[in-house]
Design a protein around this ligand. Structure first.
Ligand code: GLY
Length: 369
């Protein structure tokens, strides 16, 4: 079964197709987009080992020729050196504006390739084929592309929508459990920010998702993408509502910086901890009842996910240093920290007026739990 979620953006509209077995159908899926029977693929070494042969077979079955660039895996790839290498390679391959570039991989590949396509010849079309849960529910949809600076994550980038997203949930079977759960942090985020009934569903069905139950994964990915598509349709360039997708992210980005974007904390793990902190902050500000943060933490714990700062291995800087790290976040406006807070589960909003002392106190308490 394939679920299709349209992203209605006028001239930049596209579909997100979600189902098991889409990768081997890639040729048939993208053939209608092609002006000539040739694509280029950019992937990474880990994904290439697991899935490139299937993608090439799918393309060959539709008579589509392909050339591949394989990048090193990991967050360090998302910087200028591999970006330059990718752009130059695409030029060597004589990719034209009417061609299609395929981004086969997780968030790193999708973000980097999307940005390369945004600037190549002032805009080349691309297809996202996300292979991690995180990329399927978040980064492949909505057109945010970019790379990291030494000053911070995702600080260099562009909005550039893909022409199609093919989310083959079958490929998630090869994900290490830690990566699947990290991606699940972003799934939980959707329930928390705008759909209490979805969070109820995840509370009961999350364990089945972790066991790779295909029906649950299909429903969870589809609902997440529907929510993201709706938000992106209403606010493509994050003038307002789209900021809700950053629930948990102000905390997360500071924690990722503090841990050097290393294996100590995966992005989705930081999002999960950040969501727990955002709900606790909301409760301390009198915005929501104690029940809401308790449910958030209980669910993350029940899933065996990182929930507290103490779950991050190694030392963390103090609370004030973490608040300083938040100052580099893209969400800073006029020097003010911006948080996504909640009136309850499924009811998030943007707050620009959080007293920094409250945040410092919250982190101090969280560091000493
Ligand atoms: N990942 C947040 C957004 O796409 O807006």
């Amino acid at each position: 079964m394939v679920n299709v979620v349209p992203v209605n953006l006028g001239a930049r509209a596209y579909e997100v197709r979600i189902g098991a077995g889409l990768l081997v159908q890639i040729g048939a899926q993208i053939a209608p987009l092609l002006r000539r029977k040739r694509v280029v693929i950019v992937t990474d070494e880990v994904v290439a080992r697991l899935h490139l042969a299937t993608a090439l077979q799918g393309l060959a079955e539709a008579g589509i020729a392909a050339e591949t660039l394989t990048l090193p895996p990991g967050e360090a790839t998302k910087g200028w050196p591999q970006f330059t290498r990718t752009v130059e390679w695409l030029l060597e391959q004589k990719v034209e504006r009417r061609d299609i570039v395929v981004a086969l991989g997780g968030g790193v590949v999708g973000d980097l390739v999307g940005f390369a396509c945004a600037v190549l010849r002032r805009g080349v079309r691309f297809v996202q084929v996300p292979t991690s849960l995180l990329a399927q529910v978040d980064s492949s949809v909505g057109g945010k592309t970019g790379i990291n600076s030494v000053q911070g994550k995702n600080l260099i980038g562009a909005f550039h929508q893909p022409s199609l997203v093919l989310a083959d949930i079958g490929v998630l079977d090869t994900l290490p459990p830690r990566d699947l759960l990290a991606g699940y942090g972003e799934v939980v985020k959707y329930g928390l920010l705008g759909d209490a009934a979805f969070f109820d569903y995840l509370e009961t069905q999350g364990p089945a998702l972790a066991r790779h139950d295909r029906d649950v994964i299909l429903r969870a990915v589809t609902r997440s993408v529907e929510m993201k598509a709706g938000i992106v349709e209403r606010d493509e360039t994050e003038e307002g509502e789209r900021a809700l997708l950053n629930l948990g992210h102000t905390f997360c980005h500071a924690l990722e910086q503090a841990t050097g974007y290393s294996d100590r904390l995966l992005h989705g793990e930081g999002v999960a901890i950040g969501c727990a902190l955002a709900f606790e902050l909301s409760q301390r500000l009198g915005l929501c009842s104690q029940e809401a943060p308790s449910r958030v933490r209980a669910h993350l714990r029940a899933m065996g996910m990182k929930t507290d700062l103490a779950d991050i291995p190694g030392d963390l800087p103090g609370a004030e240093a973490l608040v300083t790290l938040m100052g580099q976040d893209k969400k800073v406006i006029d020097g003010k920290l911006r948080f996504i807070l909640a009136r309850g589960i499924g009811d998030a909003f943007v707050a620009d007026d959080v007293p920094p002392a409250m945040v410092t106190q919250l982190l101090q308490d969280a560091l000493h739990r």
